[in-house]
Design a protein around this ligand. Structure first.
Ligand SMILES: Nc1ncnc2c1ncn2[C@@H]1O[C@H](COP(=O)(O)OP(=O)(O)OP(=O)(O)O)[C@@H](O)[C@H]1O
Ligand SMILES: [Mg+2]
Length: 448
């Protein structure tokens, strides 16, 4: 773990490094990252999302009014699973742990949980393509993108449509979906659950009604069902304390390898060399190994030299906005990706989030309370911290001796600072800053 220091106030984004610290839910630390991470404790639970999967033109049964007989649904809709745009980089440990979980009898609902652009959907696609899982879920693997589904009440209809049965207007839709699935070995993948969390209780009903159905959700926020096993997706590994100075050791970090792969897609002459290895590695480390940020930065290599890119990273959110047009709209800029999460918070939670962005190197719960609690305010800071962890806007790490420490990925912190600066809270910024500095100077602050 990063046992860093004092909570200092700084408006300059810190050069944070990826720490894969979210493994408690599945009990382990990926071997590759053991030296750079802490045992972690992200204990919140995810939630649900919505979808209207476009109807499959090859599936005339898609609008059938009655449940279909038990046969392989997959054969009805060839090519139903989305295709990933490039190879999966790294993630061997995660894929094997997810496979293990999904094959375990105890796990019926697994949530790939993490912040915007961390790679949840990419992981889910890798799961869908996994041969062993394909054999285990022999009756079907169905992927439902819930992003376009705006109302939780429409989720069941979206699921019914994805399977190709059910009448969306039927009030007994749950039964209609559950009955043909009840004894099939089916994996239902629900992508982007965070904005339809209210659907979660119905999902629990579906799990009860279909004993052999398993659900893999991706979500920025945990579903918080008792059924749920949360699998936090960490950033891709990037150099932590020292930068590699040759191409081979830089490329061994999956975060660097992904940047290079994407940069070569944008600019075929791009090469990772001994000469540029430390600059590339530094760039990836300053993006915290966040895949979406790496991808957006790599696209910028088309028009900007690496050193200029590195220099401009002080304004990450402005720089990282040239996403490919085939990325989902919400991912075309980092700012937009984070706004999708910020908008799911209520006003008090938003306020807490932007204030916490003043902490450069992470903070203890006590420091957060000292800085953010206001006399007469309704905000319960500890509860708020838990909500922000739940929404993947904060990370919670626990040291071996049980000390809790919260931190933000650098891009998320930049986003918080941007809101703080725009929020009519200039005076509050000053107060928060003074308090943060005082906390940092207080005896024992270094341990916090
Ligand atoms: N391991 C990886 N190898 C290659 N590309 C990756 C990897 N992880 C993520 N990506 C790419 O990074 C981008 C962001 O990943 P992804 O869309 O999976 O994030 P997400 O966590 O689902 O984000 P959101 O919360 O916005 O849905 C995508 O273009 C994805 O293809
Ligand atoms: Mg996604």
């Amino acid at each position: 773990m990063r046992v860093t220091g004092p909570e200092g106030l700084c408006d300059v984004p810190d050069s944070g490094h990826a720490e894969a610290g979210m493994y408690q839910a599945i009990g382990g630390v990926p071997p590759q990252e053991q030296d750079t991470t802490v045992e972690s404790t992200l204990m919140s639970r995810p939630a649900l999302t919505i979808d209207i999967t476009p109807p499959d033109p090859d599936a005339p049964q898609a609008l059938a009014l009655t449940a279909q007989p038990a046969r392989s649904i997959r054969t009805w809709r060839p090519g139903r699973l989305p295709v990933a745009p490039g190879p999966l980089i790294g993630r061997e440990w995660e894929l094997s742990a997810i496979r293990h979980s999904l094959l375990s009898d105890d796990v019926r609902l697994l949530t790939l949980w993490g912040p915007a652009g961390i790679g949840k959907t990419r992981m889910a696609l890798a799961v869908c393509a996994d041969e062993e899982l394909g054999r285990a879920f022999k009756d079907d693997i169905v992927f439902v993108d819930l992003a376009p589904v705006r109302e939780p009440s429409n989720v069941m209809a979206a699921i019914a449509e994805a399977f190709g049965f059910g009448d969306a207007s039927n009030p007994l839709l749950l039964d209609e979906v559950a009955s043909p699935l009840s004894h099939r070995q089916v994996l239902l993948v629900l992508d982007n659950f965070e904005h339809v969390l209210e659907f979660a209780p119905q999902l629990a009903q579906l799990l009860v009604s279909c004993p052999s159905l398993k659900v893999l959700a991706t979500s920025r926020a945990a579903l918080r069902l008792r059924w749920e096993h949360a699998f936090p997706i960490p950033p891709l590994p990037v150099p932590y304390r020292t930068l590699p100075n040759d191409a081979q050791s830089a490329a061994a970090y999956a975060g660097v390898a992904m940047f290079v792969e994407r940069a070569r897609a944008a600019r075929p002459d791009f090469q990772l060399t001994d000469a540029n290895a430390s600059v590339v590695a530094d760039l990836c480390a300053r993006l915290d190994g966040l895949p979406l940020a790496l991808e957006l930065a790599a696209a910028r290599t088309q028009g900007l030299p690496l050193l200029v890119l590195l220099k401009r990273l002080d304004d990450r959110l402005a720089l990282l906005q040239s996403g490919a047009p085939d990325l989902p709209a919400r991912q075309q800029t980092l700012r937009r990706a984070l706004t999708w999460s910020y908008d799911l918070l209520d006003a008090d939670q938003q306020k807490l989030f932007r204030r916490l962005a003043v902490f450069v190197e992470g903070f203890s719960p006590e420091a957060a309370e000292a800085v953010c609690a206001e006399p007469g305010s309704e905000i319960d800071v500890l509860e708020g911290l838990s909500t922000l962890v739940h929404h993947s806007l904060l990370r919670l790490e626990e040291t071996a001796d049980g000390e809790a420490r919260y931190s933000m990925l650098a891009t998320i912190r930049d986003y918080g600072l941007e809101h703080l600066a725009r929020s009519d809270e200039a005076e509050e910024i000053r107060i928060v800053g003074t308090r943060a500095s005082r906390m940092a100077r207080a005896p024992g602050a270094g341990a916090r």
